[in-house]
Design a protein around this ligand. Sequence first.
Ligand code: ZN
Length: 166
Amino acid sequence: MSHQPEVIPDPFEFARRGSSLGGELDACSLPRLAESLCDVGAEQGVRYTLSGFVRDDKFFLDVKASANLTMQCQRCLGNVSCLVEADSRLLLVPRNEELPDEGLEEDDFDPIHAGHDLDVSGTIEEELLLALPLAPTHENCSMPAAQENGDERSPFAALKGLKPRG
Ligand SMILES: [Zn+2]
């Protein structure tokens, strides 16, 4: 996964042809995304696809990306693996045109300025950043106290016994 970051030379042509491309890249190689990740000493693979199409004379790019990313749990500060999935529709707007001000109720896509050499990994990074959990936590944190003392000393174990049955 150490190949050069790809570009789409002409994203409008890409959309007009209904082209698509996909692959895998390392989340740790995306500098802004890497800031939010724990260093696990290994690559954190992102699978992605980009597909272009034209609808109503508008040029679109569908961006899908999926990754298991290791972040810091905001409760116990340990590592937590988060499934992060991005699924976005981008409206490609030439740089010399204004971005449309779409009504919110019809907003099923995000307009972006696009020119030549669209940066594939940068686009993936942008969408993954938007999809990151704000406060990642384990579903069930193992608190250090419970680990050291065993279940019978944990106040939660005592509470469990008081739960009414049925
Ligand atoms: Zn935790």
